[in-house]
Ligand binder design. Structure first.
Ligand code: AHR
Length: 650
């Protein structure tokens, strides 16, 4: 009797939970056999700009600031002691003419030397090799001079030292490997003259030996590796407003960023003084990370290179129309564009192709895209864009041209730009949106109605800005909701790049940013993981996923997209749940490929609080969790405030 009662109870419980289950589960229809378009390999990419100490002090692995003594205050970044002079006579490098002369002090108790504290300190790792190098010369024939190089810890103690003999009256490069015995983010480098005469020093450099792919003049390995792990399809460089400069003379001139690194002229960095509360008077561009290195990195991380060139315009936010280069003077700028194409794609018999070959890359970089102007707008932009187009279309019809829609995703400038882009048959229009969470959620359907016959879209700069302007989970969640809309419309949106990419925790001007770092460690933000998940699972074909025959764009706070990857035969469903309750879906589909799901894996990025961020102290608070699901039931349980990706085979 008791036994029977128990059975009845179990039956009732099962019936109740079944009816609850069928009541609460929503139904998702995945149309498997009819892709609605192809996903371009370029869809998710990287935007790089030297803002927030992203190049010098960041991705570029050089540890010495103002290594060529070319900042306006030539000794900025250096402490000097004893008898040190800045000179320019008979320099080692024509375009970086300043150097220092060290003379021995008269009294033997005193010393002469220089000390550099890097970018917010020099980051050294224990048992790691660093290559010190310096260009030097002596001034007396048949003499020799000696210097001692010291690595200094944060308490000012030398922890490692080495000596070098300088024996040539001609400028010559001297190098030595130093092995750090400490891990320290605030080290310094000191150089003493320890002989009795005098000598000249220039281009003082300290690099980790272990750079990304082992290149000399290379990149910080952990940061470059983080980029590679995004599997980006496109790499936009060098910006951003830095392309424009605050005046034409300090625009990014790609020709100054190639050739021997010592002779690339130091330039201002416009982010030095853009924000008064984030003022960094010692922010310059060494161009050590220049166009050759950008192309090389693109190749090594498998991304299409997408350079943006200056179109004869300076930053429109801070300059008047009259400050722009007159259209009749554009020719040298157009020539720069043509020369750039030759530098990237010309063979080694061409002038610029030869320079690339001499730099170590005889094979062309196979550049396919070129952005003309950064974030430009108005008639003055179109007046400059058109002459570029005229020449580029004629000489390089194979290059796809990107034009700007201005700084906003709507409004007067935007409305003006698009018809101009259509009229000029631009290939891709660069749209920018730094907007709040609400905007990202309410615009997830933005591209559903875009004209399929006009230019394609490059979402060239975007990020969700919450009130805190931090890389909090909320911003990442809203970006993921928006990205389902980009993915669904990958037939019209060919590229999307989050911006900005990098920020030094002590040197930022703009936030949020995708990757943060100090001198030793990096922090991948929740936004980084969103990018990585979308990019790593971008698939090759767009699939339709609907609820009640409608795309899922915010119904009950959920967003969805789906793709198929032809190479791996994997189906990928991405669902974003912005609500605080779990959302359960029954996945329904018909397919002649079968109905049995196998190899089901879920990737979940979920909230531990909308305002929570990853940090140097706690870098792994918010990371994707990967789970293998053995259960064959096509029920998707989307956790509260999460991005969940289901991958499976049939
Ligand atoms: O990404 C930061 C800045 O935002 C870019 O330099 C500029 O293009 C935009 O205004």
């Amino acid at each position: 009797m008791r036994h029977n009662k128990l059975n009845t109870l179990i039956l009732i419980t099962l019936l109740v939970s079944f009816s609850l289950y069928s009541q609460t589960n929503r139904k998702l229809d995945l149309i498997i056999d009819k892709p609605t378009g192809e996903v371009p390999s370029t869809l998710y990419g990287i935007f790089f700009e030297d803002i927030n100490f992203a190049a010098d002090g960041g991705l570029y692995a050089e540890l010495i600031k103002n290594r060529s003594f070319e900042f306006d205050q030539n000794l900025m970044g250096w402490n000097t002691f004893g008898n040190v002079q800045v000179r320019t006579e008979d320099p080692a490098f024509e375009q970086n003419p300043h150097y220092v002369r060290l003379k021995a002090p008269v009294h033997s108790f005193k010393s002469t030397g220089i000390e550099n504290s890097g970018f917010f300190g020099i980051g050294l790792k224990k048992n790691t090799n660093y290559q010190f190098s310096v260009w030097a010369r002596i001034n007396q024939p048949d003499s020799l001079e000696k210097i001692r190089i010291e690595l200094i810890d944060s308490e000012n103690n030398p922890v490692q030292s080495a000596e070098l003999i300088v024996n040539s009256e001609k400028w010559k490069k001297y190098s030595i490997i130093m092995r750090s015995t400490i891990t320290e983010s605030k080290s310094k480098l000191r150089i003493f003259l320890i002989s009795k005469g005098m000598l000249d020093l220039d281009h003082v450099s300290l690099f980790p030996v272990d750079t990304y792919k082992g290149h000399e003049n290379g990149l910080r390995k952990d940061l470059a590796q983080a980029l590679a792990e995004l599997k980006p399809g496109v790499f936009r460089f060098p910006g951003g407003c830095i392309v424009e400069g605050t005046e034409l003379s300090d625009r990014y001139n790609w020709k100054n960023s190639i050739g021997p690194v010592e002779n690339r002229p130091t330039n201002h960095n416009r982010w030095e003084y853009t924000f008064k509360n984030r003022y960094f008077p010692d922010y310059y561009q060494s161009y050590g990370l220049g166009f050759y290195e950008y192309f090389q990195l693109s190749e090594e991380i498998g991304a299409e290179p997408l350079p943006i060139i200056n179109c004869g315009m300076v930053c429109q936010y801070i300059n008047a129309k009259e400050d722009q280069l007159p259209v009749i003077k554009l020719d040298p700028f157009i020539q720069d564009a043509l020369d750039l194409i030759e530098f990237a794609n010309g063979d080694s018999t061409t002038h610029w192709g030869k320079i690339r070959t001499q730099m170590g890359h005889s094979k062309p970089f196979n550049m396919k895209f070129l952005g003309v102007g950064n974030e430009q707008w108005g008639e003055e932009y179109i007046a400059r864009l058109e002459p570029f187009l005229k020449v580029l279309r004629k000489t390089h019809p194979e290059i796809q041209i990107i034009g700007s829609a201005g700084p906003d995703p709507d409004g007067k400038n935007f409305e003006f730009s698009w018809p101009q882009m259509k009229k000029n048959r631009i290939d891709l229009v660069d749209e920018h949106y730094y907007r709040n969470p609400e905007w990202f959620l309410t615009h997830a359907g933005r591209y559903d109605t875009y004209d399929r016959n006009g230019p394609k879209v490059f979402a060239g700069e975007y990020a969700c800005h919450t009130a805190s302007k931090k890389n909090d989970f909320e911003s990442a969640l809203c970006e993921s909701a928006f990205l389902t809309g980009i993915e669904r419309n990958a037939d019209v949106v060919k590229m999307a790049t989050y911006a900005p990419l990098f920020a030094h925790v002590e040197g930022w001007q703009w936030r949020p940013d995708l990757i943060w770092y100090d001198n030793l460690q990096l922090v991948k933000t929740p936004n980084y993981y969103v990018q990585q998940l979308f990019s790593n699972f971008k698939g090759t074909h767009i699939l339709k996923i609907t609820e009640n025959a409608k795309q899922i764009i915010g119904q009950n706070g959920t967003y969805a997209s789906a793709v198929y990857d032809k190479k791996t035969e994997i189906y990928i469903v991405k669902i974003v749940n912005t609500t605080t309750s779990i959302q359960n879906f029954n996945l329904e589909f018909k397919s002649n490929k079968g109905t049995h799901l196998r190899n089901i894996i879920t990737y979940t990025l979920k909230s531990i609080g909308l305002d929570k961020c990853n940090s140097i102290e706690n870098p792994n608070q918010i990371i994707p969790v990967i789970e293998n699901i053995n259960n064959n039931l096509p029920v998707l349980n989307i956790e509260p405030q999460s991005l969940m990706i289901y991958t499976f085979k049939l």
